[in-house]
Design a protein around this ligand. Structure first.
Ligand code: LLP
Length: 431
């Protein structure tokens, strides 16, 4: 995994830092991010476009992991940024991210959120539905400002992934339907308003996708429509945004492609299609979230109690759980893990890793082969960088863990551990 290694103490080392020392310095549970790997992933996507001289934007979907330091890292790497709420936008602005490279998504952006975006010179708004288009137009006219927009369309693709993270199919809460004339009606409406500069089209077909077929099919459906709209409406899209969703390797069963391969296959297809329909090659934008940060994140936990159910299984509990990683409970997501203080020790038993929340479904990993483990041990769960911290919560009033970035043998704290005082900070007494 990334720049993990085993050091001379026989401990897991991440980005040149001893994982056990990290837990001594920063406590547990702890989210650790391997910065070099995040940079490598970002460069992989960008280079794939640059090598072929394709105008592009690689926007980091910050919902995967949004903090000030992460947004700053995305900026250092020359990425654009996808935000989906006033909170993510605020984080981006607080981090000093250039607003002209921020793209604003969401199926129910509020008036306040849209105003905040316009007041800060947002790069573009991805318009999701007619209600929003009307609201945005009214606000733009009132403020007397123009805005770049993309229209989000649902191309009717069934990508093979978990149902809850499927988004490109027709029956979806997102976007304008491409098939039934809704997208065309939206485009016609948008083109009537001077306050909108319609840059092009957006789609996102789902998440944790391994095959390129879905992306290519989406591109095909959209480019075909673009050709029609050029003839009928004289509209030629400058931008084709194909969203995110590139899969990563959580376990041995997962077989993602390298980022550059997704990109080069997409470029190839869009080139062929646009030539076929005599269209100008649009800029190609993508929005990876998980594939930029997912495998760079490792969560470290202290091992605690255990329980044997004779003849059935052994439960081994850690000091976190569904409050810092809700994905197993929500999506039956699978993870791999080792003991960070003895990653090479021979596995001697199969245990099931339980979280500490009062909920039977709070199980992190079922049937994990491990060496015999006890209270001295640190469990390192791999690939927790995406949708771990960002979906963390205070269930059972567990404070959120700290986040550290490690690079070239140095660790820096980028999110402080929540304290009990933080938990009651917004509470008001009865009287
Ligand atoms: N663009 C749009 C419009 C999206 O809706 C998403 C993810 C992305 C980009 C980034 O997708 P990614 O490259 O990260 O797959 N909580 C779920 C994932 C939800 C994804 C929602 N949208 C999980 O933990 O698997």
């Amino acid at each position: 995994y990334g720049t993990t290694a085993i050091n001379k103490n026989g401990h897991l080392e991440i980005g040149g830092v001893d994982a056990v020392e990290l837990t001594r310095d920063f406590g547990t549970p702890l989210y650790v991010y391997d910065v070099a790997l995040m940079r490598e992933r970002a460069r992989g996507f960008k280079q794939a476009f640059e090598e072929q001289n394709i105008k592009s934007q690689v926007a980091y979907a910050s919902k995967a992991f949004s903090t000030v330091a992460m947004v700053q890292l995305a900026n250092e790497e020359g990425l654009s940024l996808d935000v989906v709420s006033g909170g993510e936008l605020y984080t981006a602005l607080a981090a000093g991210f250039p607003s002209e490279r921020i793209h604003f998504h969401g199926n129910n952006k509020s008036r306040e959120e849209l105003e905040m975006a316009l007041d800060n010179g947002i790069g573009c708004i991805v318009v999701d539905n007619f209600f929003e288009m009307e609201l945005l137009k009214t606000i733009c006219q009132k403020k007397n400002v123009n805005v770049n927009i993309l229209l989000r369309v649902t191309p009717g693709i069934e990508a093979h992934t978990h149902d809850y993270i499927l988004t490109g199919q027709e029956d979806s809460k997102f976007g304008f339907d491409l098939q039934n004339g809704q997208a065309e009606a939206a485009l016609k409406t948008a083109l009537q308003f001077d306050c909108f500069d319609v840059l092009g089209l957006h789609c996102h077909i789902g998440s944790q996708i391994f095959e390129t077929t879905g992306f290519l099919l989406a591109a095909k459906k959209i480019v075909e429509q673009m050709a029609g709209w050029k003839n009928e409406l004289g509209f030629e899209a400058k931008v084709l945004n194909l969203g995110g969703g590139f899969g990563i390797r959580y376990t041995k069963e997962d077989e993602p492609k390298p980022p550059s391969q997704y990109v080069s296959e997409i470029i190839r297809e869009v080139k062929i299609l646009t030539e076929q329909f005599a269209l100008k090659l649009p800029e190609i934008w993508i929005e990876p979230g998980r594939s930029l940060v997912g495998d760079a994140g490792i969560t470290l936990y202290q091992v605690g109690s255990s329980k044997e159910v004779p003849g059935v299984r052994k439960y081994l509990a850690i000091d976190g759980g569904m409050s810092d990683n809700i994905r197993p409970a929500l999506y039956q997501a699978k993870y791999e893990a080792v003991l960070a203080n003895k990653p090479l020790a021979r596995t001697s038993e199969t245990v099931s890793i339980a979280g500490k929340c009062c909920e039977s479904g709070d199980m992190l990993i079922w049937d994990l082969p491990l060496p015999e483990a006890g209270k001295e041990d640190i469990l390192a769960v791999f690939c927790t960088g995406a949708y771990g911290y960002s979906m963390s919560n205070n269930y059972n009033r567990l404070p959120r863990p700290a986040v550290v970035f490690v690079e070239k043998g140095k660790a820096i704290l980028v999110v402080k551990r929540e304290s009990y005082e933080d938990l009651v900070r917004l509470d008001l007494p009865l009287k």
